[in-house]
Design a binder for this molecule. Structure first.
Ligand code: HEC
Ligand code: HEC
Ligand code: HEC
Ligand code: HEC
Ligand code: HEC
Length: 257
């Protein structure tokens, strides 16, 4: 009888101690975090986020199929929202929307993550998130046909720089789920100059704007691991097992570069 009481006390004590530990861990985490400044990216008084989507419908159509568009309205977030957890995340200032509904990335110093924006979050990672800075619209600067000003920017015409700067602002070191750029930099692909854009923004012949010319440009679908076609097409994988039971995994890039 005495033993049982001791065991029960020990059991309850352990649980209480564990709960205390968890509470302290999260409280310290929330208090220590820099409170991100919430601001809107677009300084373009004349062009709204929605206007890019209207004129650039051929690109927007691709983007709507991507997880960039669905980064706030995908299955995960819908489930979170229906349970009301999104408000708890926001209340605790857990910085999920910093990358999932970001303001501006082009003005960020290298190695820092974006801040969340306070409007049109449902558009997720949208045209303005990637293309607009406090100075205006940035692009490769190839067309010269735009009715709006375009700031030609190396980060859009050099795929290697795009990968290590633009993609890196979100696809790196955030949480364990987004360390892609670091992982890629250690592969042969990086050494061979095969960048994020070569695989995830393959070249397509298409229009950039409604009624615009058909040109070769990069796709905005951002195919990923949830895309069977991408999985099947992008790489071929084989495993050789030698007699001393060493396995060699061969991954061959079959993406046209
Ligand atoms: C620094 C940027 C950043 C922050 C902050 C961030 N994420 Fe993400 N998240 C990403 C990126 C980039 C991806 C895509 C990576 C991938 O699919 O592997 C992603 C993917 C996801 C996915 C989809 C994963 C899958 O495999 O389908 C979920 C769900 C998710 N994040 C939830 C969260 C939650 C919850 C938080 C807050 C606690 C959060 N994210 C904070 C950048 C971020
Ligand atoms: C995740 C970041 C990202 C998002 C989101 C994004 N873009 Fe882009 N966009 C790029 C990159 C990178 C390039 C440069 C690709 C290249 O090398 O040609 C580009 C290129 C372009 C170009 C130039 C195409 C050409 O003719 O060469 C246009 C126009 C454009 N984007 C418009 C849009 C519009 C409109 C949206 C929203 C529907 C959008 N982008 C969303 C990253 C993005
Ligand atoms: C009134 C229509 C219209 C609106 C609104 C518009 N664009 Fe454009 N944009 C164009 C046209 C037309 C071109 C030239 C397309 C071509 O050459 O195929 C262009 C070109 C571009 C380019 C590529 C320019 C280059 O030379 O690199 C980018 C990037 C771009 N737009 C981004 C945006 C973004 C971001 C927005 C929203 C803030 C936006 N556009 C709003 C019509 C528009
Ligand atoms: C502003 C932040 C941001 C930037 C910049 C950004 N991404 Fe993403 N990306 C995300 C988030 C967030 C997700 C995950 C959406 C989700 O699943 O909820 C994602 C998803 C993806 C996916 C789909 C992953 C999957 O699971 O299917 C690919 C591929 C991708 N990004 C490639 C890129 C490339 C290449 C660049 C650079 C041109 C880039 N991204 C720039 C935030 C960003
Ligand atoms: C040689 C082609 C190739 C290159 C280069 C490449 N990827 Fe991928 N990526 C793939 C393929 C294929 C998948 C789907 C299979 C998988 O998940 O491993 C994928 C999956 C992803 C995913 C979703 C799943 C995950 O593992 O997080 C994201 C996000 C992503 N890549 C982003 C990037 C970024 C950012 C870069 C540049 C730093 C990059 N990729 C470089 C081919 C490539």
């Amino acid at each position: 009888m005495k033993m049982t009481l001791k065991a029960v006390t020990l059991f309850i004590g352990t649980i209480l101690l564990f709960l205390l530990g968890v509470t302290i861990y999260f409280t310290v985490g929330v208090v220590r975090r820099d409170v991100p400044e919430i601001k809107d990216a677009t300084v373009l008084a004349s062009l709204s986020r929605e206007s890019c989507i209207e004129c650039h419908e051929p690109i927007a159509r691709e983007w709507r199929e991507s997880f960039h568009f669905r980064s706030v309205t995908g299955p995960f977030w819908n489930r979170i929202r229906t349970k009301g957890f999104d408000r708890i995340f926001q209340g605790l200032r857990i910085p999920c929307m910093n990358c999932h509904a970001p303001a501006n990335v082009l003005d960020l110093p290298q190695g820092t993550h974006p801040v969340e924006r306070n409007s049109a979050r449902e558009l997720g990672v949208d045209c303005v998130s990637c293309h607009v800075s406090s100075k205006g619209i940035h692009g490769p600067g190839r067309s010269g046909q735009a009715p709006h000003e375009v700031i030609p920017d190396k980060r859009f015409f050099d795929p290697a720089l795009a990968s290590t700067s633009l993609c890196r602002s979100c696809h790196d070191e955030a949480l364990d789920h987004a360390k892609t750029v670091t992982a890629w930099a250690e592969t042969q692909f990086a050494e061979d100059g095969v960048t994020c854009l070569h695989c995830h923004m393959p070249e397509v012949k298409a229009r950039s704007v409604v009624d615009g010319p058909m040109r070769v440009r990069r796709s905005h679908r951002f195919f990923g691991d949830k895309d069977a076609e991408m999985l099947g097409k992008a790489v071929s994988v084989s495993i050789d097992v030698s007699e001393d039971r060493q396995a060699v995994v061969n991954i061959t890039n079959r993406t046209p570069v």
